[in-house]
Design a binder for this molecule. Structure first.
Ligand code: HEM
Length: 217
């Protein structure tokens, strides 16, 4: 049994009856670990109010798992948006699909170290990132005041409706309530802003785009 509890969602996610899989690349005619993860992700999205989509099955698990290969293959919140766009492009995702996928930040949380540079000694002229809505920055500063001593301190990615999969993430970005540097950048950059505005105004368009992009992954 694989069990994980996400405090941000307030409910335990239990995957029971997951078959024990050998460590080979695939289980002929059965299922791969990768397929199970993709299906579990879809189930969670649907359970918390997001779209249902059919997961395409048949992934094969890799034979190599090497921590050093991770860096450079996943987006970091400190990356310039151009690098994020290139990274997603290299995986076959357009700018619009990337903006839709990051909408997953409508749930879950981030540890203070991921955004603390926006709160403390941001620049010579401003202690906090001026892109933050001031009261939001104040709250985050209080929350993260002791994060070096307690590295588990975290904030909701979507401060308004943290446990609901909806389009609030994009509405937040328009109001300076984007938690990570990359979140906030999406609502400013001319390549991504039109999609932020579209998904903030139209939840159905977001759900369709998210489901479509997730089915590609
Ligand atoms: C611009 C690209 C992205 C960046 C820079 C980014 C960065 C991050 C960071 C730094 C965290 C916090 C991790 C932690 O403190 O434990 C996070 C959390 C999360 N991200 Fe992303 N992410 C990106 C795209 C995505 C995408 C494409 C998805 C899914 C389709 C996604 C889903 C999530 C979820 C669900 C969480 C919350 C995890 C939890 O509550 O434990 N992110 N992301």
């Amino acid at each position: 049994m694989l069990k994980s509890t996400s405090p941000s969602l307030g409910m335990p996610l239990t995957l029971s009856r997951v078959p024990r899989l050998p460590s080979s690349s695939s289980v002929p005619g059965v299922v791969s670990c990768s397929d199970i993860l993709a299906t579990a992700a879809r189930n969670l999205v649907t359970m918390v109010g997001g779209p249902y989509y059919r997961v395409r099955l048949g992934r094969k698990d890799g034979l190599v798992s090497n921590a050093s290969l991770v860096q450079g293959n996943i987006a970091q919140p400190t990356m310039p948006l151009s690098d994020i766009i290139s990274l997603f492009d290299s995986k076959g995702f357009s700018v619009q699909e990337m903006v839709a996928l990051v909408g997953a930040h409508t749930i879950g949380f981030s540890h203070c170290k991921e955004f603390s540079h926006r709160l403390f000694n941001f620049s010579k002229t401003s202690k906090t990132d001026p892109a933050y809505y001031p009261k939001y920055a104040e709250g985050l500063m209080k929350l993260c005041a002791n994060y070096t001593k307690d590295p588990t301190m975290s904030a909701y990615n979507d401060v308004m409706t943290p446990g609901k999969f909806d389009n609030m993430y994009y509405k937040n970005l328009q109001r300076g309530l984007g938690l990570l540097t990359t979140d906030q950048a999406l609502s400013v950059d001319r390549r991504t802003k039109p999609f932020v505005d579209l998904y903030a105004a139209n939840e159905t368009a977001f759900f369709e785009a998210f489901a479509h992009a997730m089915r590609k992954s």
